[in-house]
Design a protein around this ligand. Structure first.
Ligand code: ZN
Ligand code: ZN
Length: 342
């Protein structure tokens, strides 16, 4: 079967893989149909790792998948061949202290698809635990179903850092995660939403996906102060993870406000100045993946309340290497890139 493999720093190649074995007890064989490219895939590709985790070549990226059940293993009664599904990318043990406490995203022995732990899903077939599959509605396209995973991440973000009715919000970064945060903050009842980015076409996307004010990052602080009577916003979400965006987040948050760090920094040692944050007694929150939020994400996407237009490109599996380069260059007006596997 076809696969796209990361074989060296910034080198993706089409390579044949043997077909996976028949699904074992409790497993499903999935025929992948669409897989989104995530910002974390870009970290593996461009930086050869995420924080202390280094890429191990060959590595197969991709953890925002949708597809069809091709075969079911013994003991699986809730799926049958032909079912359309999305996959949750983290395989968790269900038994450790944190799984038992309902914090599955912090499972001590989790295995994440697309990391060096397990091949990801830029390939035609994969065997996965049935527990990781969720049925998707017939009316939902496979492309839309790849958005379930990032929406689930934002639902988890909003569990830890809710936007309350009437609050003012700033979002650093207008990539797919920042755009989803803006649209979901609007659904939560934010009174005013600011989005900052350095890429012009992304600011235009932000305006159509929920931002009241979309400005270049260096202009955000002035815009926030102008629109909040000099007070600052109640909550800031950083989906860019640059020194500039985190410092701007500290600057635009109100006293005792909240700053939520969603993005993964590209630089290992950000020289972060915490003095502003401490002088304001900001509440800092970090985020790791999602915590079984897929069903809520499906319902929210089905409701139509998240504006369309996030997915701008749907190339085929063969041109995945070019798709990564388009994303790396922020070229061609790209928003969310979803790889189709026909
Ligand atoms: Zn991701
Ligand atoms: Zn666990």
């Amino acid at each position: 079967m076809k696969s796209i493999q990361l074989v060296a720093h910034r080198v993706l190649e089409p390579r044949e893989l043997p077909m996976p074995p028949d699904p074992g007890p409790g497993e499903l064989l999935i025929r992948l149909r669409a897989v989104g490219i995530c910002g974390s895939d870009m970290h593996w590709y461009l930086e050869g790792g995420i924080g202390a985790s280094k890429a191990v070549y060959p590595q197969i990226l991709g953890h925002e998948p949708a597809g069809e059940v091709a075969a079911v293993g013994a003991g699986v009664h809730n799926f049958r061949a032909g079912n359309r599904v999305a996959l949750e990318p983290s395989i968790t043990c269900g038994r450790c202290e944190f799984c038992r406490a309902g914090k599955h995203n912090n499972c001590v022995s989790s295995v994440f698809m697309g990391s060096p732990q397990m091949f990801g899903l830029f390939r035609e077939y994969a065997v996965i635990p049935a527990d990781n599959a969720v049925l998707i509605p017939d009316s939902m396209s496979f492309t839309d179903a790849t958005i379930i995973e990032p929406v689930a991440v934002i639902l988890h973000v909003l569990e830890l850092a809710p936007v309350r009715l009437g609050e003012t919000v700033a979002v650093m970064g207008a990539g797919p995660i920042g755009l989803l945060v803006a649209s979901m903050a609007r659904i939560s009842g934010a009174s005013k939403i600011f989005v900052a980015d350095r890429v012009a076409h992304r600011l235009r996307m932000a305006e159509s996906m929920g931002a009241d004010v979309a400005v270049e990052t260096p202009r955000l602080q002035q815009a926030v102060m102008d629109h909040t009577r000099g007070r600052g916003v109640d909550i800031v979400f950083d989906a860019a993870a640059k020194l500039e965006t985190i410092h701007t987040a500290f600057a635009v948050a109100r006293l005792s406000g909240r700053v939520v760090l969603i993005g993964i920094p590209s630089e290992p040692d950000l020289p972060l100045d915490l003095n502003i944050a401490m002088a304001k007694e900001l509440n800092l929150q970090t985020i790791k993946r999602s915590n079984h939020n897929a069903h809520g994400a499906i319902d929210l996407l089905q409701s139509g309340r998240i504006p369309a237009g996030l997915v701008t490109h749907e190339p085929g599996l063969d041109v995945t290497p070019q798709a990564f380069e388009t994303l790396a260059a922020y070229a061609d007006g790209v928003g969310k890139m979803v790889i189709r596997i026909d």
